[in-house]
Write a protein that binds this ligand. Sequence first.
Ligand SMILES: N[C@@H](CCC(=O)N[C@@H](CS)C(=O)NCC(=O)O)C(=O)O
Length: 205
Amino acid sequence: MTKITLYGHPDSGHACKVALALALAGIAHETVFVDIWSAPETRPADFLAASPLAQVPALVIDGETMTQSGAILLEIAQRWQVLGGESPAGIRRGAELLMWEANRIGMCLPQLIESRRPGGELFPEGAIDWLTGRYEADRDNFDRLLGAEPFFHGDAPGIGDCAIWGYVQWLDKAGVAPSEAMAGWVGRMRALPQMRPRGDDWFPS
Ligand SMILES: N[C@@H](CCC(=O)N[C@@H](CS)C(=O)NCC(=O)O)C(=O)O
């Protein structure tokens, strides 16, 4: 039987993307939490061997290691032909959404969250306004990309939804408001049968 290990952490939106994809696709795996707030060199040796940048997520499939959430999502979709991986058009749609997320909304939201975390990184003057302005543009584009469909891949969520969920799940923590379409999509994502409430958050299981 294939042995799959996800190295992650509940505070990591990047790791949540992969955890959600594995849950939605029903892929059996074990999850190992890595303390992302500890010094990188103190993290477990098996994790450091799997993740050259000492970052989560890392996924190990039968000893084969992979990192970078977007690359892992594409691997899952293509290897198991799920979450958009069932067709070339679905993969293309997923790849486009992954690139947009990583460059845009998945850049400003984690930084805004970090700027509000007690004891978090200090940002130079003007940075928060700049990040907020980027988020506002990204929110409009979120609406355009979603269109009239319930999910970014149509009737059912795909890897693009998993990627976008990574940080859009924490708009409150980022101190920004959703668009109406975004609020509706967040509600549909939370209502997925694989999603479980945990404290103020929703986690896949
Ligand atoms: N581009 C990477 C980002 C991964 C990343 O930034 N991981 C963070 C948690 S969200 C981490 O492991 N931080 C701990 C560290 O850098 O020491 C991806 O998409 O997977």
